[in-house]
Design a protein around this ligand. Sequence first.
Ligand SMILES: [Zn+2]
Length: 165
Amino acid sequence: MPLLEIKKWPGHDLRQPSLPIPPSVIGTGEVQDLIEDMKSYVDRNRYQIGGLAANQLGFDYKIAVVNLDLDLQEMINPRYVKLSEQKFWGFEACLSFPRFFSFPVRRSRTITLRAFNRFGKEIELSFNGRRAIRVQHEMDHLNGISIIDIRRRARFLRENQAAII
Ligand SMILES: [Zn+2]
């Protein structure tokens, strides 16, 4: 298996949104190998990481693998169907920002999305709590948003709310 190298800020641009994969390409060896490599990486580090997005490895494909504790879920071309209004704060760290410990991030408590699995079948997935956090973190990566961008946005919201009060 090739050694995966996690691209790290600031040397690597993580602000490029990833590109959707045509469903007919999902079954190709390149995509299947990448998914397998990503899954085994997350599996080997399942006590340390919540998931991995392909652009963290330098592949601009909309592929993420999320650690669901007892299982791993690959998501190809994921898109949100529903994000709950109800939100909560949690602390998140990121492999691409190893010098930072963790950030407080506000996320939807429950989410639903549609994606393709590795067999090219469209699936609908729902998550809540800690798993919803992990999925939203990887979705952000695929959309070119990293943890420091969220922090900046959260700070902006806090400061503006404080100003209103
Ligand atoms: Zn991350």
